[in-house]
Design a protein around this ligand. Structure first.
Ligand SMILES: *Cc1c(COP(=O)(O)O)cnc(C)c1O
Length: 240
């Protein structure tokens, strides 16, 4: 049976995988060291099933209201993928997210780390959850701030809270290049921040950086996870 959507996704996926291997080759990195997380927000579970059939094992979502039913639908189809929560997370959604997510990329406050820790320890059959600290590169909201004055959102405090929390495994950092910034400049700064964190937490080596428009620059600066949406699934309708 012909499925034009499957063919479209396959072609887009091949192009993105090609970009990843070219970027790795250009910096002498092994392309097996960079994981592709396909961000499926706004697209249906049927697309996740198509992607899984095309070999995609890692899927990202940014809103629990959308991700929870989608994850349930994919699981009900008997298909296993790893769910990455990459969006702003409200504390009252931690219980839900702890029920399906394999990695949360976007922990950016001590209070959120504590709420997620409680949620994980209260979830049956869940020993631990992999967590990345989202870093704000320009000091704006949505990300922990290096040397920030607020203890709740200062990077060192958030990192320490996760490292000592029951049920959470500190795996590394995540960031989004600020809109007006040159991605090269953003990811250079991120690499420096990461080096500082890894000094104190040698196992926190993951770096989630790079999207459809800037994955090459992120890979050059050490990304281990690129989060790619539109380049695989197509342009999303503008968010309201
Ligand atoms: C939507 C989203 C992405 C993917 O963005 P594209 O530009 O479509 O590749 C990556 N990271 C986060 C946090 C997102 O919300």
């Amino acid at each position: 049976m012909s499925d034009p959507r499957r063919a479209e996704l396959a072609a887009n996926l091949a192009a993105v995988r090609q970009r990843i291997s070219a970027a790795c080759a250009a910096t002498g990195r092994d392309s097996a060291a960079v994981e592709l997380v396909v961000v499926t927000k706004t697209y249906p579970a049927a697309d996740v099933l198509r992607l899984a059939a095309l070999g995609v094992l890692d899927v990202g979502e940014n809103r629990d209201q959308e991700a929870a039913p989608k994850a349930a639908e994919v699981a009900a189809a008997g298909v296993h993928v790893r769910w990455h929560f990459v969006g702003r997370l409200q504390r009252n959604k931690c219980r839900s997210v702890a029920g399906y997510a394999d990695m949360v990329h976007s922990v950016d406050s001590v209070r959120l780390a504590r709420a997620l820790s409680h949620a994980v320890t209260a979830t049956e059959n869940r020993a631990s959850l992999d967590v990345l600290v989202q870093v704000s590169l320009d000091g704006s909201r949505g990300g922990a701030v290096v040397g920030g004055p607020e203890p709740d959102t200062a990077l060192d405090e958030v990192v320490a809270a996760i490292a000592t929390a029951d049920g959470l495994r500190l795996r590394g950092l995540m960031a989004v290049a600020p809109l007006e910034w040159d991605p090269e400049q953003a990811f250079t700064l991120l690499a420096k921040i990461r080096a500082g964190v890894v000094q104190n937490h040698p196992t926190a080596t993951l770096l989630s950086a790079g999207m459809s428009g800037d994955l090459e620059q992120a890979i050059r600066h050490g990304a281990t996870h690129v989060r790619v949406g539109s380049a695989v699934l197509g342009q999303r309708p503008a968010l309201r």
